[in-house]
Design a binder for this molecule. Structure first.
Ligand SMILES: O=C(O)CCC(=O)C(=O)O
Ligand SMILES: [Fe+2]
Length: 273
């Protein structure tokens, strides 16, 4: 894996709210990722979550992408890929934080002729509220404007509050909440398979429809800085754990949100790999 970050990567990420890191994976690694993710998605069948019974149906949203969350929890091959200290270190470096935990991973596969991904912010969906939330998005197929590559509104992370719109049928609903972005040019992020992007949890982003008969596969992971607290939203937390939490509690359960990287603390889930 090519995990070194340059000063330019870091500057771009902090100013624009996203950055592309070319050729994160070499050809062998790409092959390993594709095999693991395909197998994990197949084994999940129509269940979206590792815990709980949310299932894919026939809604507009279910035809934006095949979304399978927390594959690291129930697939050993994906677990090895996701519990990689180097990915945690990249995320921590870009955000300038001491430590990084997994919030959730997700395979996002645009099937042939899939719907577009409406403009949205990520962090408002999650169970913690942070300006330092960050996600990686790894292209497992070439992502092009034809098959549903990503787009970002540069700098939006510095202006966003936690108002958000759903990934619904109205692509541009977010711009009603943030009219100052409606006249700003978006930036497209086509990526060769094996390349990745990082985006901040408050950066406005979306993706086009898949206008091709092929797949647009991506493997992604959302990260939480170490030390964040529960904001009262359930999101993907397993019900048994959710029941033990009250607002303000630190989210530090290593079984659910493993610490991937920290400048000074041990990371049991990763050290034990
Ligand atoms: O892959 C997509 O279409 C959307 C990705 C996205 O919203 C994300 O990674 O946060
Ligand atoms: Fe997103």
């Amino acid at each position: 894996m090519r995990t070194e970050l340059t000063v330019d990567h870091i500057d771009h990420y902090r100013t624009e709210g996203f950055v592309i890191v070319d050729e994160l994976l070499d050809a062998d690694e790409l092959n390993t990722w594709r095999t693991a993710v395909d197998d994990a998605v197949a084994k999940r069948q129509d269940r979206k979550l590792a815990h709980g019974d949310s299932r894919e149906g026939d809604s507009f949203y279910d035809k934006v992408f095949t979304q399978r969350l927390n594959l690291w929890m129930d697939h050993d091959g994906v677990r090895v890929l996701m519990l990689d200290r180097r990915l945690g270190q990249m995320a921590a470096t870009l955000e300038g934080v001491d430590g990084i935990r997994i919030w959730h991973d997700q395979a996002l596969i645009k099937q042939p002729w899939a719907n577009p991904t409406g403009w949205h912010l990520d962090n408002p969906y999650w169970s913690f509220s942070s300006r330092h939330a960050i996600s990686i998005w790894v292209a497992l197929d070439d992502a092009t404007p034809d098959n549903g590559s990503l787009y970002f509104i540069p700098g939006s992370h510095r202006e966003a509050n936690w108002e958000n719109s759903p990934i619904g049928q109205n692509m541009g609903e977010l711009f009603e909440l943030y009219p100052q972005w409606a006249t700003r040019a978006s930036v497209g992020a086509p990526m060769r398979a094996g390349t990745c992007s990082f985006h901040n949890g408050l950066t406005a982003h979306g993706a086009g429809a898949n206008m091709t008969p092929g797949l647009r596969r991506a493997m992604t992971c959302a990260y939480m800085p170490d030390g964040e607290v529960f904001n009262g939203q359930a999101n993907v937390l397993p019900p048994e754990y959710l029941g033990t939490l009250k607002q303000g509690d630190v989210l530090e359960n290593d079984e659910i949100n493993p610490l991937l990287y920290h400048i000074s603390k041990p990371c049991p889930a990763v050290d034990g790999q």
